[in-house]
Write a protein that binds this ligand. Sequence first.
Ligand code: IPE
Ligand code: IPE
Ligand code: MG
Length: 260
Amino acid sequence: MTYTSSTVRVPDVAAVPRHVAIIMDGNGRWATERRLPRVAGHTRGVDAVRATVESCARRGVEFVTLFAFSSENWRRPTDEVSFLMRLFVTALEREIGKLHANGIRLRVVGDVSMFDDRIRALIQRAETKTARNTRLTLTIAANYGGRWDIMEATKKLIAQSLEQGAPARVDDESFAEHLAMAYAPEPDLFIRTGGEQRISNFLLWQLAYTEFYFTDIYWPDFDAAALDRAIASYGGRERRFGRTSAQLASQSQKADTLSC
Ligand code: IPE
Ligand code: IPE
Ligand code: MG
């Protein structure tokens, strides 16, 4: 699918978001509150991932994007970083068969060149195995940073210019085509668990017109009911994309007349 930009064309809006992007935060605090090591929260977080992907698929969400490891998470203690890498491998190995059986396509975005060969090979295998699935696209952002993504797209445009000996076309859509998630529409709904209200270098470009939803719930506690609350909140938003409420009202009146 070709990327369509919300700043070029007003996208179609439905009551259920087509694309949900989530910052899964609060694993460490979930564990600390239970006097457990922080990493126990990450392990429990995988259960919440499974439940959330299942619930989204049942509700008709087509794209789910999960922030699993940011380009800044290397700053954490070495033990925690290696635990997260191992967890990523075991979760992927364990879940890929089920994801495939459920019609889910898996994509991983981020600078995977920083991962060891085994992880890279595993990602490649999982992406290839599920490439033709159409029910839902699950994207895992691993060693991902919104600034990295924008810089990579810029480098590709520069390379293209050098190759053709003339400046490449730079506009909203030609730029977005070079982003890591060019295969997906922009997120309709952004959810961050764990109480913080920031983007933490997630999808900087793509969140231009996304609806934001913050909850204090820690990621391991995020369940179907919490997802429903987020989707209900989304359903009550007026997505104007720069227009006025009156314009939206007259547009929906026109649509009603046409459907009569
Ligand atoms: C999110 O939970 C998971 C990752 C960043 C990998 P945290 O580990 O950030 O949990 P808190 O924010 O410290 O509670
Ligand atoms: C954002 O969470 C990254 C992920 C969930 C993978 P962090 O916990 O790393 O974000 P900050 O440091 O609180 O902004
Ligand atoms: Mg955190």
